[in-house]
Each structure stands twice: as structure tokens, then as C-alpha cells.
Ligand binder design. Structure first.
Ligand code: N01
Length: 537
């Protein structure tokens, strides 16, 4: 397309991950013409970019999958409880083919700006290559963890070896055999990579700034019998997920950690650590882990006990134990396979870079305040500009030229996590102010897409050209999101949920913590009251 030509459609979707693809499918069902723009050269979003060794989902595959098509969920066979990245990418490619989605997707297209025209009530999006697209509706399906935080280390440009970021991994993979590898970052990405790189490399040094909590995934192959059973009862599983706080059914214990004796408490934690299936089940061990500091401390102490029992070198174990200023689960809980065990290997070292900060990258390695480490390769698992990064990377101008970057200068403000006052006809999927990253995000994506689609169907039937969140309702929602977050321990941990991982980013707790069922009842209530809080003209 020439840069002067404008492609006009009803809806423009940005991003071809789980959210964008499903929105495309649903919008077609409304009879809308749709153009989906995707920066990568394939579908998959997060799963397209994050190809680092050991990458897999921390939500079980049988839940982290679309529920909208019975045929799809019956025909697809997941191989493991937690699917590896390559398998999720195969799944999402299968979905794109099965529903014939590719013909409306333009790949290798990064959106640079989006501006709303009050006279026509339409948006114009301009790509980095200068192409223009015009649509009545814009759906930002840009993802919550899609803008990697670039490594900002003095001297990186002098490094003679290879360096990589977890979220921008070479497609052909990396062979670390015989190499001395340095890994910076111990969030979910670093924790998943550590055991795999340790097996390949001659030597691995993990540079840890903050010790995070990690729990065993208890991953295992899914047997034919398990698959057959789940498929026979899939509707029930999905229904349980809808009523679970995270959108994924994990049996929750409705007792306080304070109402049981030490023996019962330990038994419950042990059960969740190994017997019940591992992973996020630990967060559901008692009903007050994320609200009561004493209850939370019990969980933290339990995991610290496990670390000390697993890691043979007591000095390493102490470095790996999260400190009391990080309550259990307030940073995204890591879900691992053999993470702590890996530190018993002779070829793995651990460096505490909080005590001895990294001062610079050198041509042959990395220097901390304690000395130099010789490295052939450096892996940055240093995270993302989460939740707002992808939206603010685009110069979005709403009614009257209002800039989203200015509106969000002190932190994100949305109504219901899907819409922003001043930005008519533009919706965000799983945005800040919705359960999003605190939930099984595929479930939250389906909830948002279905809700947005119903709203558009109705507004088109009524001849409404412009839909916009009302500022007063938005303000109230932001207040509510903060209020419920402050009733929990979440804002205590210095996490990316708060923007605390990005120097200079406003400190605002971004996801909505009240849980998936509570949130869904709110948005359903809004819909029933003629989409209360939206100006419709
Ligand atoms: O990123 P992170 P991630 N010097 O921000 C450290 C999802 N995800 O890519 O804590 C030294 O969690 C930083 O240290 P600190 C999941 O939601 C899911 O691992 O800021 N260290 C931290 O240790 C996850 O939460 C899956 O002190 C530096 C690490 O880098 C989210 O993505 C898999 C540093 C960043 O951790 C992000 O995870 C992977 C510096 N200058 C990701 N800068 C699954 O489904 C940063 N760090 C399993």
C-alpha cells in the first residue's frame, strides 16, 4: 500500500496475540470489516517473542486456552500440564488457520500513532512505515508484557560476547554449550531459564537483585485419560474457572492461616507444594495470605524453609531466600521446575547484586563492586514496561487532541480497565484497572472481547456513532481499584504490578485485585444498565 492511500475499515485491532485474534473473530461475526496490525511476522504475541530456553506458561494449558469454540477445545491436545512456548505458539497458529484469521492481518506493521477525528468519529492509525488506516473502532490488544525493558548497563556496547533479552530471543535458538553465561534477573523468565541454561552451559552465573518466591510447577505430561476426562467435562471446568478468583479453578481453602494450628498449616502448605499440583495453588492455601501480614509470613517462612532444605550451600540459600520486605506473592509468584535445585550444581554460581551492585559490563564480562566475572554470553531477563508500556509507545490522541501520554503521566486511568475518558470508540483488552495479569489472562481476554463485542453490537443497532467513558465514572473506578488494592498486601512488594521495576514510572497499583467473578459481575451490571458510565451519541 502506498503511504498516501488510506485503508478504511470498521475496526482496527492492534496486536495478534490471544486478544487480537479472538477480537478479530468476534468482530467478523458482527459483520464488521476489520484490519489487524501486528508488529511481528507471525501471530502469538507474548508467545511469538518470548522464545527463551525453558519458556512455558504458569497457568495450566487446559485453562490457558480459548473456551469460545467447543470444537477447538475438543480437537486440541495439550501435551503437558504447563505447555511450553513452542506448543502454545503452535496452538495459536492453529487457531489463526482454523478460523481463517490471517487474511485480515497485516504483519511486520508497528503502529506509531492513533488520532481521533471528532467530526467523523473515526480513528486514523499511522504505522512506523507511514501507512495509514482509518476505522470507527480501535481495539488495543497490545498486551501487558510486550515492551521489554532494554538493558541499561554502562559498557554494554563494549561487550565482545553475545547478549540476549528474554523477550527478544533469536528464533533459531542459542547454543550455550561450552560457554560461560551470565544471567541477570530472577523473575519468572530468569527462574524458568536458569535450570535449562545450567544444563547446557559450561558455567552459569545468576546475578540476583531481589530474591523472589518460586514454587514448583509439578509439571507432568497429560495422559490420554486425563485429556479424555477433561474434554468430557470441559463445560464444568470452564464454569468453575469463571467463578474462581483468578479465572482458573484451583481448589481454594476458605480457612484463615491464623485459625489452624501449626501442624494443620504445614500440612496444607505441603499439600499445595507437592501433592495438589503445585504452582499458584500455594496462593490459595488460606484465604488471608494476601491480606494478613501474619498469614502471609507463614507462607513466606514455609517457602524459605524449602529453599534452605533444597540448597546445600547455606550462603547461597540465604541469598535465595526472599527478605521480609517482600511479602509472599506480592511480586508475581514464579512457578519453576528445579530452580532451587539448580544451585546445587557445580557449574552454577549466584551473585547478590543488591549487596554488590553491577557497576558495568566490560568487553569480557561484567563487573560488580566485588570484582569481575568473565563471561562469553549475557542473558537479560530484566522484564518489561508492564501494562502501560505498549499503549504509551503509540502516540494516542483522543478527542480534542488529548494525549494518552499526558493523561497517564501520573499513572494509568481507565474505566473498568477497557476504556478511557477522552478516547471515544477505543477499547483496551485486559488493560490496567481490570483483573488482567492477576488472572488467567486468556479467560480475561475472552471476557473483555465478549463484553466489547456485545456493546458494539448494541450500539450499532441503535445507530450510536460515539461511545466514550464518562470522566466521573472513570475517576470513581480508579478510586475503587486503588481502594481494593490497598486492602491487600499487594502494594507492599516492589513489583512491576506497581511500575516499581521501571525507574521514574509512577507508582500506581495497576491490575484490579478483587478477582474475576467480582469484576465480571460489575461489568455485566454496567451492561444491564445501558452501559452505565459511557456517554453514547
Ligand atoms: O520480568 P520481572 P520477567 N540489575 O520484571 C531484575 C510474565 N511471565 O520477564 O526484582 C539487576 O518479573 C529484577 O530485579 P528486581 C509474568 O507475569 C510469565 O521475569 O527489580 N537486576 C527481576 O529479578 C512475569 O511476572 C511467565 O530487583 C535487574 C528481573 O530482572 C512477567 O512476565 C514467564 C535489573 C525482572 O523480573 C515478567 O517476568 C515469563 C538491573 N538493572 C514471564 N533490572 C510464565 O508464564 C531488572 N532486574 C511462567
Amino acid at each position: 500500500m502506498s503511504s498516501e492511500a488510506v485503508r478504511k475499515v470498521d475496526m482496527i485491532i492492534v496486536g495478534a496475540g490471544f486478544a487480537g485474534l479472538y477480537q478479530l473473530h468476534r468482530a467478523r461475526g458482527l459483520g464488521l470489516s476489520v484490519q489487524l496490525l501486528e508488529a511481528g511476522d507471525g501471530v502469538g504475541g507474548t508467545w511469538f517473542w518470548n522464545r527463551y530456553p525453558g519458556a512455558r506458561c504458569d497457568v495450566e494449558s487446559l485453562d490457558y486456552s480459548y473456551s469460545f469454540s467447543e470444537e477447538l477445545q475438543q480437537e486440541w491436545n495439550w501435551s503437558e500440564r504447563y505447555a511450553p512456548q513452542a506448543e502454545i505458539l503452535r496452538y495459536i497458529n492453529h487457531v489463526a488457520d482454523r478460523f481463517d484469521l490471517r487474511k485480515d492481518i497485516q504483519f511486520n506493521t508497528r503502529v506509531a500513532s492513533a488520532s481521533f477525528d471528532e467530526a467523523t468519529t473515526r480513528w486514523t492509525l499511522v504505522t512506523e512505515a507511514g501507512e495509514r488506516f482509518e476505522g470507527q473502532y480501535v481495539i488495543m490488544a497490545t498486551g501487558c508484557l510486550s515492551i521489554p525493558q532494554p538493558p541499561k548497563f554502562k559498557g554494554l556496547e563494549t561487550f565482545k560476547g553475545q547478549w540476549y533479552h528474554s523477550a527478544n530471543w533469536p528464533r533459531e535458538g542459542v547454543d550455550f554449550a561450552g560457554k560461560r553465561v551470565g544471567l541477570i534477573g530472577t523473575g519468572s523468565s530468569g527462574v524458568q531459564m536458569t535450570p535449562v541454561i545450567a544444563e547446557q552451559a559450561a558455567h552459569l552465573t545468576v546475578f540476583q537483585r531481589t530474591a523472589n518466591f518460586s514454587v514448583p510447577a509439578q509439571n507432568e505430561p497429560l495422559t490420554e485419560a486425563t485429556l479424555a476426562h477433561v474434554k468430557a467435562h470441559y463445560a464444568e471446568r470452564r464454569a468453575l474457572g469463571r467463578e474462581a478468583v483468578t479465572g482458573q479453578y484451583l481448589s481454594a481453602n476458605d480457612k484463615s492461616a491464623l485459625e489452624v494450628n501449626d501442624e494443620e498449616r504445614l500440612k496444607e502448605f505441603e499439600f499445595r507444594w507437592r501433592g495438589a499440583g503445585g504452582g499458584f495453588r500455594m496462593l490459595r492455601a488460606f484465604n488471608d495470605l494476601m491480606r494478613d501480614p501474619v498469614a502471609n509470613r507463614y507462607a513466606g517462612d514455609f517457602v524459605r524453609g524449602k529453599i534452605r532444605a533444597t540448597v546445600k550451600d547455606p550462603a547461597k540459600a540465604e541469598i535465595l531466600c526472599p527478605k521480609p520486605d517482600l511479602p509472599f506473592g506480592t511480586k508475581r509468584l514464579c512457578v519453576d521446575t528445579n530452580y532451587y535445585e539448580t544451585f546445587n550444581r557445580a557449574n552454577v554460581d549466584l551473585v547478590d547484586v543488591k549487596a554488590n551492585p553491577i557497576t558495568e559490563i566490560t568487553p569480557t564480562g561484567l563487573r560488580t563492586t566485588q570484582g569481575e566475572h568473565q563471561l562469553d554470553a549475557i542473558v537479560f531477563a530484566t522484564g518489561f514496561d508492564a501494562m502501560t508500556g505498549a499503549l504509551l509507545a503509540i502516540d494516542i490522541r483522543g478527542a480534542g487532541g488529548l494525549s494518552l501520554r499526558e493523561k497517564w503521566a501520573a499513572g494509568p486511568r481507565t474505566y473498568l480497565g477497557v476504556s478511557m475518558a477522552g478516547f471515544p470508540n477505543l477499547f483496551v483488552i485486559a488493560g490496567p484497572g481490570s483483573p488482567s495479569v492477576l488472572s488467567n489472562v486468556v479467560h480475561s481476554i475472552e471476557t473483555h472481547v465478549d463484553w466489547i463485542t456485545s456493546f458494539l453490537q448494541r450500539s450499532r443497532a441503535q445507530g450510536t456513532a460515539r461511545i466514550e467513558a464518562d470522566l466521573a465514572h472513570e475517576d470513581k473506578w480508579v478510586e475503587h481499584v486503588n481502594e481494593v488494592a490497598n486492602q491487600t498486601l499487594y502494594p507492599v512488594g516492589n513489583s512491576w504490578y506497581l511500575g516499581a521495576n521501571m525507574p521514574g514510572k509512577p507508582r500506581v497499583f495497576m491490575p484490579y485485585v478483587a478477582g474475576v467473578p467480582a469484576y465480571r459481575r460489575i461489568i455485566e451490571g454496567v451492561a444491564e444498565k445501558n452501559y452505565e458510565g459511557f456517554l453514547q451519541a
